[in-house]
Design a protein around this ligand. Structure first.
Ligand SMILES: Cc1ncc(COP(=O)(O)O)c(C=O)c1O
Length: 380
């Protein structure tokens, strides 16, 4: 058995998505900026894809911009807000993805903004009273907070954060990479100026994503060049990627309830088996709490042991792909900034299991049994 439980890193492409993309690799190869027939048919397909995404998110196609993925969409939202709107202060958390953190820290280093970090507790729950305090002190602010944490799975209340931002006239960017395609986003209700998506996180192709940018905000391009994406993003479009992105989101919305139930079932099964079979095991953040964490992610913390350093390698030898990280205290090597910010004991082993619609209960049982064996706590 070979088990893939690293779906927060990337997901396998859905065959239905591939079938939608293939004609745009082989037959419809025109450049969408060309005005002849070969170009026009591809332009029409891109605009149809844009409309599909806009309809699913309850917004207008004019507010959807295609990018090379989540990182570029996050960068565009942040850099443009700071540079185009002249905002000089940003609020974020230490638990954000590097696509957000490193971008904000780069701007801070260059003296283009001052940066405040939201307080959070040991489980990674953000302090929204602190957000209100910071906003009261800093009227012109960009708030960048993720919807769900990619390492520990915590869901942040972006509806509440959006409302607070609106009350204070702050710009709100929500990194929705881990929730896009897994939860419904209704931009008629959500007070966010920017949200993002990355196709490879929901069974679409790699290297393509999108930015939703509120039409009320006049942003400028991050990538300069041609007039593609209504002058917002230069460069010939990743045509088959865009077709795949829209198809993948369409399928994700179509089958969401069924997949959510299946995946939550797998997660609950793993929680139950691991609790039963591995002594001293705990869960990071809100990972084990059903309504407060991504149903696709379970972050497990294992007691210190002589195999801690070799944990992922040991799983890999057993044909289990998962990811992990430690709360590296020295800062010398690539530890997890999220686990470190939560103050997790660096001697514990941490594994992030992340699930998809393709995983099975048999795979879960296999993984739980292998982990129990590694920790030599298997009941007789
Ligand atoms: C929360 C979050 N933001 C941004 C990204 C970056 O997305 P991409 O891989 O499409 O650049 C990721 C990818 O892991 C993520 O989990």
């Amino acid at each position: 058995m070979r088990v893939y439980l690293d779906n927060a890193a990337t997901t396998p492409l859905d065959k239905e998505v591939f079938d939608a993309m293939a004609p745009y690799m082989l037959e419809h190869f025109g450049n969408p900026s060309s005005i002849h027939g070969h170009g026009r048919e591809v332009r029409a397909a891109i605009e149809k894809a844009r409309k599909t995404i806009a309809n699913l998110l309850h917004t207008s196609p004019a507010e959807i911009f295609f990018t090379s993925g989540g990182t570029e969409a996050d960068n565009t939202a942040i850099v443009c807000t700071i540079r185009a709107l002249g905002i000089k202060h940003a609020i974020t958390s230490r638990l954000e993805h590097h696509a957000v953190l490193h971008t904000l820290q780069m701007l801070e280093k260059k003296g283009e903004l001052s940066l405040s970090y939201l307080r959070h507790n040991a489980q990674g729950v953000l302090d929204l009273e602190h957000l209100e305090e910071l906003l009261a002190q800093n009227p012109q602010t960009l708030v960048s907070v993720m919807h769900a944490n990619n390492e520990i799975g915590n869901l942040n209340d972006i509806e509440a954060i959006g409302t607070i931002c609106k009350q204070h006239n702050a710009v709100f960017h929500a990194d929705t990479v881990q929730t896009m395609g897994h939860y419904r986003h209704d931009l008629q209700k959500l007070n966010a100026n920017f949200i993002v998506g990355s196709a490879h996180k929901f069974h679409g192709p790699k290297g393509v994503g999108f930015l939703y940018a509120d039409a009320g905000i006049k942003v400028q391009p991050l990538i300069h060049g041609g007039s593609q994406e209504r002058n917002m993003r230069g460069g010939t479009e990743n045509v088959y990627g865009i077709i795949g992105l829209a198809k993948a989101l369409e399928i994700a919305y179509r089958d969401m309830a069924e997949h959510q139930q299946h995946i939550q079932g797998l997660k609950d099964r793993l929680i139950h088996k691991l609790k039963e079979q591995v002594e001293g095991l705990t869960f990071n953040g809100l990972s084990a709490e059903a309504d407060k964490s991504l149903y696709t992610v379970l972050s497990v913390s294992l007691p210190p042991s002589d195999i801690t350093e070799m944990l992922l390698f040991s799983l890999d030898i057993n044909k289990i792909s998962a990811s992990g990280g430690s709360a590296c205290s020295s800062g010398a090597n690539a530890g997890s900034h999220v686990l470190e910010a939560l103050g997790i004991d660096p001697n514990r082993g941490n594994i992030r299991f992340s699930f998809s619609k393709y995983n099975t209960p048999e795979e879960i049982d296999y993984v739980a049994a292998k982990l129990a064996q590694l920790y030599k706590k298997v009941p007789a």
